[in-house]
Design a protein around this ligand. Sequence first.
Ligand SMILES: C[S@@+](CC[C@H](N)C(=O)[O-])C[C@H]1O[C@@H](n2cnc3c(N)ncnc32)[C@H](O)[C@@H]1O
Length: 156
Amino acid sequence: MPASAEFLCALASGIGARNILEIGGSSGISTIALAVAAKATQGRVISLEIEPIRQAESKQTIARLGLSDFVDFRLGDAAQTLPELSDPEFVLIDCEKHDYIRFFDMLRMYPGGIVEADNVVSHQLGTYVAHVQSRPGAQSVTLPIGHGLEITRVAN
Ligand SMILES: C[S@@+](CC[C@H](N)C(=O)[O-])C[C@H]1O[C@@H](n2cnc3c(N)ncnc32)[C@H](O)[C@@H]1O
């Protein structure tokens, strides 16, 4: 697994997250990492993906690894799905970069939950970083792992 996937798994399982949300699953590398975390916590990943072919590929991989019990695949635009979801303890945002702020603001997080956003260094997502770092009561830090991760713990 790439370092960013190892870190993702370690962080989500380390905080004991049972309700895990992934925005932008693609063909499944991060989904595998989160599913391994969910297996460790006896939790579940809700994986949102808009492209049917990518999600089908991810489903096959997750099944082959025996992790299907830990992933709930939802096909469609996260903008439509997010309002139905509540209390995630851990969220990965890894979709279209211009949607990061919009989707972050749509989250109804479990108090003290953690949001990880990928590619904040490679894609120079300074506006997102400034947005989450100025959120009242939040702690947020940029980590130079992989393409750059913003780790934000939302207020209690
Ligand atoms: C960079 S890839 C995700 C990579 C994946 N997280 C990984 O590490 O293996 C971004 C994915 O987000 C999906 N996506 C983009 N906009 C979306 C949206 N509004 N709702 C759901 N998925 C979306 C794309 O189809 C694409 O597969």
